[in-house]
Write a new protein. Structure first.
Length: 204
């Protein structure tokens, strides 16, 4: 059975960069955000339940009405619980099947900004937090999303704080633009398994 690594971190922390590096190292990563979008577009159970909750307009012309869903989702904490209660179990089962499909790999990963909040900690063997200071995260997100600083800061406030998140993870990877990432990843991976032939020893 593959060792399952959960990768989390706040907006702008650089999770995707870390996951791309893992991919280069031969570790496939399940990207929750992308897979959730796929499931919401294709999964018949999710479609049926969202229509029951929000009406047929949520899939106008067969296509997910993202503004309508977002308006409801962020309308109240109770709404978020309802929507997540439909989507998260399907994502969890999809990830489990994905892990089975990648059983030939000694390690796999799952990337999720809300890994802890969504209750996915039990699906992985270790949780890794990608960390950068709030100022660095804001600058990255503003540039990446061409968004306002105020909106990015609001999104950061809506997520679990870094301080709280750090209490619940097993490893922290610093992605501040100055600290090299590859040595940190090698240290993490070799600490989990000493016998992965496609990785170079960090001692070399």
């Amino acid at each position: 059975m593959a060792i399952k690594i959960g990768i989390t971190g706040g907006i702008g922390s650089g999770k995707s960069v870390v996951c791309r590096l893992m991919g280069v190292m031969g570790i496939p990563v399940y990207t929750s955000d992308e897979e959730t979008k796929r499931l919401m577009a294709t999964d018949s159970f999710i479609r049926k339940e969202l229509i029951a909750l929000l009406g047929k307009d949520v899939y106008a012309d067969g296509i997910l009405n993202k503004p309508l869903l977002a308006s409801y989702l962020f309308g109240s904490p109770e709404h978020a619980i309802q929507v997540n209660g439909i989507i998260h179990p399907r994502v969890r089962e999809d990830f489990r099947q994905w892990v089975r499909d990648h059983s030939a790999f000694p390690m796999v990963g799952i990337e999720s900004a809300i890994l802890i909040e969504a209750g996915f900690v039990g699906e992985v063997d270790v949780v890794v937090m990608v960390y950068a200071s709030e100022e660095v995260r804001v600058e990255r997100a503003v540039k990446r999303d061409t968004s306002s600083r105020e909106l990015i800061e609001k999104r950061i406030r809506s997520q679990m704080s870094d301080e709280e998140k750090r209490k619940q993870v097993d490893f922290v990877i610093v992605n501040d633009g100055e600290t090299p990432l590859i040595p940190q990843l090698l240290a993490l991976i070799t600490s989990l398994s000493k016998n992965i032939d496609y990785l170079c020893s960090p001692k070399k």
